[in-house]
Design a binder for this molecule. Structure first.
Ligand SMILES: Cc1cc2nc3c(=O)[nH]c(=O)nc-3n(C[C@H](O)[C@H](O)[C@H](O)COP(=O)(O)OP(=O)(O)OC[C@H]3O[C@@H](n4cnc5c(N)ncnc54)[C@H](O)[C@@H]3O)c2cc1C
Length: 382
């Protein structure tokens, strides 16, 4: 993915559009997770994007964390430091807020700490290339501020310090709306990353920026085009597997099909923890079903019973019907967690093709590969 969308506007990846956050609604009150539905106004941009695309969001860091880092450096924040890119030098506080990554550490930063700290023999040892896995384990859940507070005797000049940091990068979010249904807007389904490690509350940089810090301020956005596209023919059936925030592009797909009155049947597999609080957009799915744009929705609520149930289980329970849809030429889409879900769904799909298609392992693989080359099996996983 990720070729730049061309528009005639002055906006670009280097100069993203200042979107306005107009809706920030919790989708799962009462849940252990915090998932938000966000709507961002794009009026006056005149942009175009397609359903299936993602938006790059350009966050700034948490001001409280920036203040803590400035304090730990013994700086005022007004010191001038180089930009992380080609821009002019700027005050340290602004640079730490907008340009540099101040959460996850870089190898350069760790090496400098190890060289200068008298009491860091473990870190010195872990920096040997053959201990890479142990080093990753050691730094998991630790941030720049932890090292600054642990090694207060090390003095960094502001310029030297920013030279040890990486550039703050934008994050991608699947677009959860269709311009045909919501002109001048883009919607997102956002999981807010929060966790505790080493006795501190931590926040994901961009998800907390979007959920907690944007408010009336601009949310810099720019679209990236994707190959995660709906079938060109609106009559083609679609099977969409989107647990958690993976649901986002399918909300956009279904809005688009409704907006153009496309007649192809659609089947959604959704999964989350509990039906009572984590069934995102239920009203919208009910309405789409009533209107005939969503033929089926099958949900897996993992924590509603003793045995965990996931989307791949729902797929296996419906294997004959899924095979029938595939045989009719359905396109198969997966979006969401790459670490486990996408692999489990892929394995379930292969089993269904073997069992229902009467194909042995090799022939089932050929079938799946053919689906991929024919662009009937598409994944957008992260
Ligand atoms: C194509 C694409 C589409 C995407 N679509 C969506 C979407 O629609 N909705 C959505 O919510 N996200 C989506 N994402 C993910 C999103 O881009 C971000 O990665 C996510 O929001 C986290 O970013 P962050 O800046 O909040 O967290 P970061 O500041 O990047 O923090 C995340 C990091 O924190 C650390 N960490 C996290 N949890 C723990 C823990 N428990 N213990 C220790 N360390 C931990 C890890 O190092 C992790 O890499 C998508 C990603 C891609 C690539």
């Amino acid at each position: 993915m990720s070729t730049e969308t061309t528009t005639r506007s002055p906006y670009s990846r280097q100069n993203p559009f200042p979107g306005r956050l107009v809706v920030n609604r919790r989708l799962n009150p009462g849940s252990q997770k915090d998932t938000r539905h966000l709507e961002v106004g794009l009026a006056s941009w005149g942009l175009s994007y397609e359903v299936g695309d993602s938006m790059a969001i350009y966050p700034s860091n948490d001001p409280e964390l920036v203040a803590e880092v400035v304090k730990a450096l013994g700086a005022t924040g007004e010191e001038t430091v180089p930009s992380s890119g080609k821009g002019d030098p700027l005050p340290l506080r602004e640079a730490l807020s907008k340009e540099y990554r101040i959460t996850q550490v870089t190898p350069k930063f760790l090496k400098t700490i190890a060289q200068r700290a008298s009491g860091a023999p473990l870190l010195n040892e872990l920096l040997h290339p053959e201990r890479k896995a142990d080093l990753d384990n050691y730094v998991w859940g630790l941030e720049v501020i932890d090292f600054l507070l642990e090694h207060r005797s090390i003095h960094f000049t502001p310029e030297e310090f920013v030279g040890l940091l990486a550039k703050l990068q934008p994050r991608l979010y699947s677009i959860a709306s269709s311009l045909k249904a919501f002109p001048d807007e883009v919607h997102f389904t956002l999981d807010v990353v929060r966790y505790e490690s080493h006795g501190r509350q931590r926040k994901g940089v961009c998800s907390s920026f979007m959920a907690e810090r944007v408010e009336d301020g601009p949310m810099p956005v720019f679209p990236t085009t994707s190959k995660f596209r709906m079938p060109e023919d609106g009559n083609t059936p679609m099977i969409m597997v989107g647990p958690g925030t993976g649901i986002a592009p399918f909300r956009a797909f279904l809005q688009e099909r409704k907006a153009v009155g496309a007649g192809g049947k659609s089947w959604l597999f959704f999964g989350s923890q509990r039906e009572s609080c984590d069934y995102f957009y239920k009203d919208e799915w009910d309405q789409l079903q009533r209107e005939g744009y969503l033929a089926r929705i099958d949900c897996a609520f993992s924590r509603d019973q003793e045995q965990k149930v996931y989307v791949q289980h729902r797929m296996r329970e419906n294997s004959a019907e899924i095979w029938k849809w595939l045989d009719e030429g359905a396109h198969f889409f997966v979006c969401g967690d790459a670490k486990r879900m996408a692999k489990d769904v892929d394995a379930a799909l292969r089993q269904i093709v073997e069992k229902e298609g009467g194909l042995d392992g090799e022939k089932a693989n050929e079938y799946i590969e053919k689906m991929k080359t024919e662009k009937r099996y598409k994944r957008d996983v992260y």
